[in-house]
Design a protein around this ligand. Sequence first.
Ligand code: SAM
Length: 265
Amino acid sequence: MDTTSRAKLAGSAYKDEADLAARQSLYGWQQPRYDLPGIVLEHLPASAASVLDLGCGNGKFLDRIRRERPQALVIGADISPGILAPLPPPTVAADAAALPFASGRFDVVLALHMLYHVADLPAALEEIRRTLVPGGLVFVSTNAHSDKVELDDLWSAAAGDVLGIDNGPRRVALSERFALEDAHRLLEPYFEQVTTVDLPGVITVREPEPVLAHLRSYRAWADEGGVPFDATIDRAHELLVQHIDRHGEFTISCRGGVIVARKRL
Ligand SMILES: C[S@@+](CC[C@H](N)C(=O)[O-])C[C@H]1O[C@@H](n2cnc3c(N)ncnc32)[C@H](O)[C@@H]1O
């Protein structure tokens, strides 16, 4: 499944914030609740005067950092002009693999839940390093391979029922190309002092809708799933109702993390 196509990212998946916001909303049912912008702010040096939020999406981090660090210049960049459109400036439509900024321009670069979408990862990591000052920090976030396995199982069961086979195709796994388990190894050739803040949690729902909204948010990749998308969502709905009737709830185990690393001096 190709989750790096610029046409699909900018023209469908992130053409606006709708699917991203639906996907993010499932975390409202997670325990513990993590304040991700707060975690970034905690590690953001007080001296950081210029920050690039690469793959800024709907601006959740941009907004908070601009409010809490009003002296800093915080620039949002994203491959999708559509998702940038409603955000306050400065924002720039740009591909992580070819950043339109001078070398050493930023004290901090954020690349949060986005490196797994980048087709040419070495080029993007090289660009992040180039645009950082020596000693500058990069913040990366992603999910582990084991994140939300219960949703993988639910999707495969629903897809299997739709297709009349035992194990249906897997659901789209966005973080697979840059998973938490692999992040250290992938970042180390470019940066030093790579450290990970693990963010484990459990999502518990007592009604199907938050989970269905999350599953629907992958519609951009429906044609690559090997199964009719709407029929699979409908079957997942039935399976969720049965599960919640029997157990009172549906739980999903989450494992995400934020990685902080430094450009060599
Ligand atoms: C999952 S969203 C994450 C948004 C935000 N960083 C967050 O954590 O809430 C991924 C974002 O990265 C953007 N993106 C994907 N590939 C990109 C690339 N090659 N260059 C710049 N942005 C990219 C997408 O358009 C999307 O807005």
